[in-house]
Design a protein around this ligand. Sequence first.
Ligand SMILES: Nc1ncnc2c1ncn2[C@@H]1O[C@H](COP(=O)(O)OP(=O)(O)OP(=O)(O)O)[C@@H](O)[C@H]1O
Length: 247
Amino acid sequence: MSLIIENIDFKYKTKQILNKVCLEVEPGNVVSIIGPNGSGKTTFIKCINKILRPQNGTIKLGKKSLLNMKQEEIAKNIAYVPQMTNDFFSGKVMDLIIMGRKPYIKWNITESDIDIVISILEKMGIIELADKNYSELSGGQKQKVLIARALAQDTEIYLLDEPISFLDIKNQIEVMKMAKNLANQGKIVIIVVHDLNMAMRYSDKILLLEKGTVISTGKPKEVLTEKNIKKVYDIDVDILNDHIITT
Ligand SMILES: Nc1ncnc2c1ncn2[C@@H]1O[C@H](COP(=O)(O)OP(=O)(O)OP(=O)(O)O)[C@@H](O)[C@H]1O
């Protein structure tokens, strides 16, 4: 199912944050949302998930209006990894990830739910964290656990808000490859990233925001130009063999 977002406006009280933001994503694509701090990336992701309700605009998942869906239906279609903030969960990692299965659990957690979670933890190389307290993990471990919870949700769309910000370089690459892998299975993955080189390398499409307005959207090479980077970030760069080098 394609995701078609048209003319999203969002304001907090009187402060306009997003202005007519549009984005079209086909299944099988990784889209990176980039832009300076405060440009509206998280706000946009939260609108896609209906955590925030835009004042104007439409979001369509296939033929259905996402803004008319109930949260339970949205949770079956969209998994969301929030930007890491303060600890919000004091239980065990296993219990947190099982929560990702919530849209599917009718009465009780089944063996199959537990098997799904264990297999995700094994694939992500974090099975040893299952019995640990979430609040006692490192930032990077927490980030991987939140991604595992999203995978447990088994949805068509994944919204990842800065999923690699606390990860070492090996884990950063693993998460970006995992995003690509999900896309190869026909999913839609939308990622907020600050690392422009990661965005260049792993995205099929990039949306560049500045002050809530789309400056450019398209293939990585079309969006990440020296001119656009200068305009939005006010830095000089050279782009050599698809690598952005600050000068
Ligand atoms: N709850 C809120 N109430 C009022 N203003 C808010 C609220 N949350 C965010 N904002 C404002 O909305 C603007 C966009 O914030 P947002 O978090 O979407 O930006 P961002 O691009 O994700 O930033 P960053 O890269 O720093 O994470 C900022 O000016 C921010 O101060």
